[in-house]
Design a protein around this ligand. Structure first.
Ligand code: CTP
Length: 398
C-alpha cells in the first residue's frame, strides 16, 4: 500500500528512540522509501547504523559530511517527502518546531516540508503536563500537524502517567490509514466558503463581522489533503491556502460571494458554507466618504441573498450541502430549523456560549446534525481536527 511513498522519520533524544527500528516494516514490508534524520541526542539512544541498514539510506544528522563534503539538502528532502513523522518527539524538539528554531537538520527539514507532518511525543509525565509543552502541541496541531497521542503507562523514570510514545505498530496503522484517506476524495470537487463578508457603507467603511476564516481554510486544506479538488471562496481574511489542490477565489461582499458560489456550484459534489455571510447590506453605498454631521446619519439596510437557501433549492440528489449555524441561544432548535428550511444534508452547530468555540479562536467545539436528525457532539479541538471530524462525517454520506 505504501509502495513508492516517501517518508521522513525524524528521531529525537528520548529513550523511546530505541523502538524506531521497528518502523523498518515501512520499507521492508510496505515498500515505502524511508529517510531517517536523527538529532545529536537521538544518536545516543539508537545507532545510525541500525537505521541505515533498515532504511537502506544513510541516517542523517548533519547537513553535510565533513569527510567528503556531501551536502544533504533539507529543502530537497522537504520537497521529496510525502509524509514526515517526528517520533519520538522530545519536549525540546516540539518547542523548536513550534517556534521555528532551525538549529539542526531535523528542524530545518521540518520547516521545508510541504507534506503532512505527524508527531509522537515521548517524555516524562511532568514534562508532558507542563503548560509550555501543551502550548507547543496546540501550536503544531493548529497548523494541521497530526498529534499521535502518547500513552499512559510506566515511564523510563519509574513514574506512571501520560508520556509514553505510541507503539510503532500503532504508528504504522495511523500512517497506512493516512495514505488510504489521502485518496478518499480523489475525483471529487468540494466548494467551500470561508471568512466574513464586508458590506460597504462608503468607500472607507463597511458592516462586517469577526469571522477569521480559519475554519473554512482548515476544511479546504483537509479536503485537498484527502485528494479533492477544492474551490475556496474566501471573504476578506488574513489566511493563506497551502495545498496545490486548492483554487482560491477572493471576494469582499455577500453579492460577490454569491456570484463566485453560483459559478462553481453546478460541478461541486460537496458544498460547505462555513462563511459568515452578512444578512443585510446598506441600501445605498455613498460614492464619497460620509462626512461628520451634527445628526448621525441613518443607514437603511436591505437583505442580502441567503446563498445557502438558494443552493438548497437548486441542489441535485447527488450533491451534498453542508451549512454552519453559529448560535448564542436555543442552539439545537435554531440549527434544526436551518437544516430543514435550507434543505441541508448536515449542519455544523457552534455556540458562542462554549468557551473556545466560534470566531477568532484556533479551537472550535461543534455538534453535527445530520439530515436524519442524528446528532453527534464533539469535544473542544483545534480547528484542523474539527475539519477532520466534519470530513469524516461527509465521507460517510458520500
Ligand atoms: N448563509 C448564507 N447566506 C447568507 C447568510 C447565511 O449562505 N446571506 C449561510 C452561512 O454560510 C451558514 C448558514 O447560512 O452556513 C447559517 O448562517 P447563520 O448566520 O448562522 O444563519 P442565518 O440563516 O443567517 O440566520 P440568523 O442570522 O438569523 O441566525
Amino acid at each position: 500500500m505504501l509502495k513508492g511513498k516517501k517518508i521522513i522519520i525524524g528521531i529525537t533524544g528520548s529513550i523511546a528512540a530505541y523502538k524506531i527500528p521497528l518502523l523498518g516494516r515501512l520499507r521492508v514490508k510496505e515498500g515505502a522509501e524511508v529517510q531517517t534524520i536523527l538529532t545529536e541526542h537521538a544518536r545516543e539512544f539508537v545507532t545510525p547504523l541500525t537505521l541505515s541498514v533498515l532504511s537502506r539510506r544513510p541516517a542523517l544528522t548533519a547537513p553535510f559530511d565533513p569527510a567528503d563534503g556531501t551536502w544533504h539538502s533539507h529543502v530537497d528532502m522537504g520537497v521529496w517527502a510525502d509524509l514526515m513523522l517526528v517520533a519520538p518527539a522530545s519536549a525540546a524538539t516540539l518547542s523548536k518546531m513550534a517556534s521555528g528554531m532551525a538549529d539542526n537538520l531535523l528542524v530545518t527539514t521540518y520547516l521545508s516540508a510541504k507534506c503532512p507532518v505527524f508527531f509522537a511525543p515521548a517524555m516524562d509525565l511532568d514534562m508532558f503536563r507542563h503548560p509550555s509543552t501543551g502550548e507547543n502541541i496546540t501550536t503544531l496541531t493548529s497548523r494541521g500537524h497530526r498529534l499521535i497521542e502518547p500513552q499512559v503507562g510506566e515511564l523510563a523514570s519509574g513514574l506512571t502517567g501520560a508520556g509514553r510514545m505510541e507503539e510503532p505498530e500503532k504508528m504504522l496503522e495511523i500512517i497506512l490509514q493516512h495514505f488510504a484517506e489521502a485518496q478518499q476524495f480523489a475525483g471529487r470537487h468540494f466548494l467551500i466558503t470561508a471568512g466574513p463578508t464586508y458590506e460597504a457603507i462608503d468607500p472607507v467603511r463597511f458592516i462586517g463581522n469577526h469571522s477569521s476564516g480559519q475554519m473554512g481554510f482548515a476544511l479546504a486544506e483537509a479536503a485537498a489533503g484527502r485528494g479533492a479538488t477544492v474551490t475556496l471562496v474566501a471573504g476578506p481574511v488574513h489566511q493563506s491556502a497551502r495545498h496545490n489542490g486548492i483554487k482560491r477565489i477572493d471576494v469582499v461582499s455577500a453579492d460577490e460571494m454569491l456570484a463566485a458560489v453560483a459559478d462553481n456550484f453546478a460541478c461541486a459534489d460537496v458544498t460547505i458554507m462555513s462563511a459568515a455571510v452578512a444578512d443585510f447590506k446598506p441600501q445605498k453605498v455613498a460614492g464619497e466618504k460620509i462626512k461628520k454631521q451634527k445628526q448621525p446619519p441613518a443607514i437603511t439596510l436591505q437583505p442580502t441573498v441567503d446563498i445557502l437557501s438558494k443552493l438548497g433549492k437548486e441542489k441535485k440528489p447527488n450533491q451534498l450541502l453542508v451549512g454552519f449555524a453559529l448560535e448564542t441561544e436555543n442552539e439545537l432548535q435554531n440549527a434544526l430549523r436551518k437544516l430543514n428550511n435550507k434543505n441541508l444534508d448536515m449542519i455544523v452547530l457552534n455556540s458562542l456560549r462554549d468557551k473556545g468555540a466560534g470566531f477568532g479562536t484556533t479551537t472550535n467545539k461543534i455538534t453535527l446534525i445530520h439530515r436524519d436528525r442524528k446528532i453527534i457532539e464533539y469535544e473542544l479541538k483545534a480547528k484542523a481536527e474539527v475539519a477532520t471530524d466534519i470530513l469524516d462525517a461527509v465521507s460517510t454520506m458520500l
